[in-house]
Design a protein around this ligand. Structure first.
Ligand SMILES: Cc1ncc(COP(=O)(O)O)c(C=O)c1O
Ligand SMILES: [Zn+2]
Length: 391
């Protein structure tokens, strides 16, 4: 038994892990899982990892699912970390691409959902609901199907078609809402008590971030336990960024890495950049972004519950936040495609575009090791790419 308790990420209040719950009962902020790292290290080490399965369940001891629980798995994690081709405009840096499009349902959302659905099922949930920009819905639909539980997915009406069709074909109940992901979340909040749904909104349940933290473990392992100088991550709710930061602290406590941390950059869309604004004005929380619009649907998150966590990490790590407009995402996606052989999602393309800006501003220096996240596949965004090509 490696999971000790849940702890509020804002006020520190402890919560029992052994029942289904969402936010801190005192301050309504996200809960974090506290893992018994001393106990975990009795059976988990950097050496033992070499002989383990490739999926993220290779880190089983630092994941929250108790040992009598059965992981709900479709082979998530274990994605390639590719060295960018020299011809591919590496901008003079030692550039690596973490290609998350190879996950089940073609995005990194699979990581969070595999762990969160496993826990929800273990704790007795039978009906799961999620507001989604697209990819989280597809992932929940897949893992709920695999677990034999219901999935109720609320997406903005203009979510990319592939995400909508995917959810339906995976057996989920899909509702399209005239509004943004925040409106979808509000609809679930209104109905969940009556319907008996467990709310799987990112950071409003404690375990999606645990799945996402494996990005940090995997990166360290793939880079031979030396973290990169810089990480560029497309932030909507910011769960991957927050999860990686948690993983770095856990790995330091395990004695696997030292004190050095990468400079963490949150990349957003110019049409929805609440974190960039708050970072620039020195705020601790991010105000809701009005009239949010962008083809990078995963970045169309006008208000994130973990905003204060994201901003703290960006500042503590000496990183930053940067906004990219849609046209540039489309342009850069094609450049990356032609140079690297990867059909990236607009969110991933935004990170490549951000690298160029940060290089020309001198915020990333020549020769530094940089990891860019391609969080999903371009195949899900055909409407946007088609339009972008004038088709
Ligand atoms: C492809 C893609 N990239 C990035 C994000 C943003 O992820 P997060 O909410 O963890 O910041 C999403 C979220 O939907 C996404 O689908
Ligand atoms: Zn609290």
């Amino acid at each position: 038994m490696f999971l000790k308790r849940l702890e509020c990420s804002a006020c520190g209040l402890e919560h029992e892990w052994s029942r289904l719950q969402n936010l801190c009962r005192s301050c309504n902020k996200p809960l974090f899982a506290i893992v018994d790292l001393a106990a975990a290290s009795r059976t988990l080490s950097r050496e033992i990892l070499r002989s383990r399965e490739k999926s993220l369940w290779r880190y089983r001891e630092v994941l929250p699912l108790p040992s009598d629980g059965e992981p709900v798995s479709l082979g998530e994690g274990g994605t390639p970390l590719l060295r960018a081709s020299r011809a591919g405009g590496t901008n003079g840096v030692d550039l690596w691409i973490k290609d998350e499009s190879l996950n089940p349902t073609q995005s990194f959302k699979a990581r969070g959902m595999s762990v969160a659905v496993s826990m929800a099922k273990y704790l007795g949930a039978t009906k799961l609901a999620v507001p989604s920009a697209g990819n989280a819905g597809g992932a929940l639909a897949a893992y709920a199907a695999r677990a034999g539980v219901e999935a109720h997915i609320f997406m903005p009406r203009d979510t990319p078609r592939a995400n909508v069709v995917e959810c339906r074909e995976l057996g989920a109940d899909v509702a399209l809402i005239d509004g943004l992901i925040t409106d979808c979340g509000a609809e679930i909040a209104r109905r969940k008590a009556n319907e008996g749904w467990f709310d799987m909104s990112t950071l409003k349940e404690p375990y999606r971030v645990e799945g996402k933290k494996t990005l940090g473990y995997e990166l360290a392992e793939q880079l031979n336990w030396q973290l990169p100088d810089v990480i560029l991550y497309p932030a909507g709710g910011g769960t991957g960024l927050i999860g990686m930061w948690k993983a770095f602290d856990e790995m330091e406590a395990l004695g696997w890495i030292g004190k050095n941390r990468p400079r963490m950059f949150a990349v957003q869309a110019a049409g929805c950049a609440p974190i960039v604004r708050a970072f620039e004005t020195g705020e601790r929380n991010a105000a809701e972004f009005q009239d949010a619009h962008t083809i990078a649907s995963g970045l169309r998150v006008p208000k994130a519950i973990g905003d204060f966590l994201i901003l703290k990490i960006l500042r503590e790590s000496n990183g930053g936040a940067i906004a990219i407009d849609d046209e540039e995402m489309i342009r850069v996606a094609r450049e990356v495609g032609a140079n690297e052989g990867l059909f990236v999602c607009p969110e991933g393309a935004a990170c490549f575009a951000a690298l160029k800006l940060l290089r020309s501003d001198g915020k990333i220096r020549s020769g530094e090791r940089v990891v860019v996240f391609n969080t999903g596949s371009g195949v899900k965004y055909l409407e946007a790419y088609d339009r972008g090509l004038g088709g």
